[in-house]
Write a protein that binds this ligand. Structure first.
Ligand SMILES: [Zn+2]
Ligand SMILES: [Zn+2]
Ligand SMILES: [Zn+2]
Length: 512
């Protein structure tokens, strides 16, 4: 190694030591005093072990409006670093694992409550237990093919084609390889030129409307099935007066960059006197009827797409060979009845915290413009995903696509739906669950007797006026080393929780 090289190595070593020194010094300072360490650990716990909390500084007081008397007060000045930590609340596992875990747990409760019912306190947080008897199905709506892609095939070859045809670009239409799950080729097209990138993006943009129409078509199919079952003609309007389709759905990105929708669809009755009540549907509407209505609807529903000419206008007819500018569901519809609500809830909740950026590392969690493509392309290192990004940006400039607002959904490859949504009467809302958690924390804070912002919330509910003065102090951790300490506290917390879950299981096991 020459002198210059040795210098560079020495410099890098010094830099690493200095950084490590800073982290260690920060950690030592945190744990130096038992009292301060406890206060900080409590603060981290109160922020839900968030990986990048928002730091705010200031104070709040609960004031009796009639007398002006301050009944309770909290000031961040007395807290470690003089700040209050507020969780970031991001639902994406790639951004903040603890906040995403909480979102996933809440989503699980929302989904499970819609299948098993939930006892509540009467404040809109209950779902009747009778929902367990309503017909319900788990359905997966897939994307159609936009061109052949390599697939993780397990034992067999990736793609077998009789006659071994080549595409117009001379690329083999078959692949003899056996790709493992981790193979980067999985999800990428056999021929880049044949893959219908514009259609893929336009289909993504149509998915929310495709779903909306699917629900309408389920009602139409139910009317047909009701006519068959009851022997007298039943109109769609009549069906809506005694049956309601409730659902929760989540989007999952496939390796080829297209979303699938997983949905729990439940059939309810209608109480015309009280539309908010969740009641069982008529007896003829069983799970079999619901499943065939869903299959029928998924097969029929069509959403017209803008006619895009020129180099990016290719047919969406795909395998069928028809030139149809319309979006449909893919042929691989999967509809099954639900026998294990907890497992189904876990299955759906898992997808609710995964966005495109979780599957394709380096893809930002916000929209971006053409100028950033080069930089992002180096991070993503997946030409297929970047071609989808470019198709999205190109289409966004076409006047025919103006209504699709594709420039705002570049980071989701054109998909503009939410990752998890539910219909109004399916279950309780995430907001209700947050309210329940808040009430529990307020109670606990009040019992602890310590100065705690949550204790103030209780004063607020007692009819006092809450006045506060807060300023933003920063995002993320105040000192080097805090992130590591907070992460270890989060691990301890998760381990303790797992142990207590296990204890419950053991107790239940002993009791039976
Ligand atoms: Zn967070
Ligand atoms: Zn292959
Ligand atoms: Zn080709």
């Amino acid at each position: 190694m020459n002198e210059h090289g040795q210098d560079a190595v020495r410099l890098a070593g010094e830099r690493a030591r200095a950084r490590l020194g800073g982290v260690l010094a920060g950690m030592v300072a945190r744990v130096a005093s038992e009292g301060e360490w406890r206060a900080w650990a409590r603060q981290v716990e109160r922020a839900g072990h968030c990986a990048r909390p928002v730091r705010i500084a200031g104070s709040a007081a609960a004031v009796d409006a009639a007398t002006g008397e301050v009944r309770a007060a909290y000031a961040s000045a007395a807290a470690p670093d003089g700040v209050l930590l507020v969780p970031c609340g991001d639902r994406r596992a790639s951004v903040c694992p603890p906040c995403a875990a909480r979102y996933r747990a809440d989503t699980w409760h929302v989904i499970a409550a819609g299948l098993r019912g939930r006892a509540g306190s009467g404040a809109g947080d209950a779902v009747p237990e009778s929902v367990a008897g309503h017909p319900a199905v788990l359905a997966t709506f897939t994307a159609p093919s936009f061109g052949a892609v390599h697939r993780a095939s397990g034992d067999g070859p990736c793609r077998e084609r009789r006659g071994r045809p080549r595409c117009p670009h001379g690329v083999p239409g078959w692949c003899d390889a056996r790709h493992g799950d981790g193979d980067v080729l999985v999800g990428r097209p056999l021929c880049w030129d044949c893959y219908a990138y514009a259609d893929h993006v336009l289909w993504h943009a149509a998915v929310p409307e495709l779903w909306r129409r699917t629900v309408i078509y389920v009602y139409r199919a139910l009317a047909r099935l009701a006519t068959e079952r009851t022997g007298s003609r039943v109109s769609v309007r009549a069906v809506r007066s005694f049956a309601r389709v409730s659902y929760v759905k989540v989007a999952e990105y496939q390796r080829r960059g297209a979303v699938h929708l997983h949905a729990v669809i439940r059939l309810d009755g209608v109480d015309t006197g009280d539309p908010g009540r969740v009641v069982p549907p008529p007896a003829w509407a069983d799970a079999g009827v619901l499943a065939s209505a869903v299959c029928d609807a998924a097969g029929r529903v069509v959403v017209p797409l803008p006619e895009v000419g020129g180099d990016i206008g290719r047919s969406l007819g795909g395998a069928r060979g028809r030139v149809v500018r319309a979006a449909r569901w893919g042929g691989q519809l999967d509809v099954r009845t639900i026998d294990d609500p907890a497992r189904v809830a876990g299955y759906l909740a898992k997808y609710a915290t995964k966005s495109a950026g979780d599957l394709f590392a380096g893809l930002p969690s916000r929209a971006f413009g053409s100028r950033e493509v080069d930089r992002i392309s180096r991070k993503v290192a997946n030409p297929h995903v970047m071609l989808l990004v470019l198709a999205c940006l190109r289409l966004s400039r076409r006047p025919e696509c103006a209504g699709l607002r594709l420039d705002r959904y570049v980071h989701t490859l054109g998909y503009r739906g939410h990752f998890a949504t539910k219909s109004r009467w399916y279950s309780v809302t995430l907001r209700v669950l947050r309210g329940v958690r808040r009430a529990w924390r307020v109670e606990r804070a009040a019992r602890s007797g310590r100065a705690d912002p949550w204790a103030l919330a209780r004063a607020e509910s007692a009819g006092l006026v809450l006045v506060g003065d807060w300023a933003y102090a920063g995002s993320g951790w105040a000192r080097a080393g805090d992130a590591d300490l907070a992460a270890s506290l989060a691990r301890d917390h998760a381990a303790a929780r797992e142990a207590s879950d296990l204890a419950v299981v053991v107790r239940v096991g002993e009791g039976s």
